[in-house]
Write a protein that binds this ligand. Structure first.
Ligand code: DC
Length: 233
């Protein structure tokens, strides 16, 4: 058992979640998916009529609910290393993956008071040690993390990975559309005014364009052995 903080940031569809969950499971650390918290705030806003049909967010009402402590988020680890997430005591792990949340979460995640709120929650949940993935963990949430990894991969390869995932789920996406979406998300994530996606100066880059998860584990193992005398193999 260890209590280090590992921050994993990077572009969308680079496999941050898969990698982070596997590390957490192997090291017996808590896995925290920061994107899931932004999604849970988005779900709350949708459930409380704070997002209009045209996507406009009723920020004052959302902020008031935050200040009054009405948005209660908690998490529980699963045996496979992943996490369950709860809103006001109700499990919302599946609901936060639905399309209406996906459509609105980028806009919610640009609001400064939302980012502050999520940062506070992440600190509360992860301060005793965790593997946390997101966009600004090593730069803003835990700038003193024990280890920072910045994940990247070719946009086309990421788009193909998403196409395959969607096909496995019975969908028939067009590669060009998925690639465009990947590129748009990269742009939004790295051009946001507050805490945009960028590599922390002391982060180690992992380009997994041509690597399997097993190969990424071998790569990580070398670093963990050298720095912390820990192993994930
Ligand atoms: O990783 P994801 O798709 O679940 O993230 C959902 C949204 O939250 C996405 O728009 C990026 C944003 N996000 C963020 O701004 N900062 C983080 N640390 C994590 C996610």
């Amino acid at each position: 058992m260890t209590n280090i903080i590992i921050a994993i940031d990077g572009y969308s569809s680079t496999g941050k979640g898969t990698f982070a969950v596997e590390i957490a499971r192997r090291l017996g650390l808590l896995y925290l998916d920061s994107g899931a918290l932004y999604r849970t705030v988005t779900l709350y806003a949708l459930q409380h009529g704070q997002i209009e049909w045209n996507g406009e967010i009723l920020e004052r009402r959302l902020q008031e609910d935050m200040l009054l402590g009405r948005i209660e988020i908690s998490v529980l680890p699963k045996d496979d290393g992943s996490m369950r997430i709860f809103l006001g005591g109700e499990e919302v792990s599946a609901k936060i993956r639905e399309l209406d949340v996906a459509r609105n979460v980028s806009a919610i995640a640009t609001i400064p008071f939302v980012r502050n709120f999520v940062d506070e929650q992440l600190h509360r949940l992860g301060a005793k040690g965790c593997v946390m993935d997101g966009r600004d963990i090593g730069t803003a949430v835990f700038p003193n993390a024990d280890l920072k990894i910045f994940m990247t991969a070719d946009a086309e390869i990421r788009a193909w990975r998403r196409v395959r995932q969607m096909e496995e789920a019975g969908q028939h996406p067009r590669f060009e559309e998925i690639l465009k979406n990947v590129q748009e998300r990269d742009y939004i994530d790295s051009h946001r005014a507050m805490n945009p996606l960028r590599k922390a100066d002391d982060a180690i880059v992992l380009d997994n364009s041509h690597m399997t998860v097993a190969e990424q584990m071998v790569w990580l193992d070398g670093i963990l052995r050298e720095r912390f005398n820990l192993s994930v193999l």
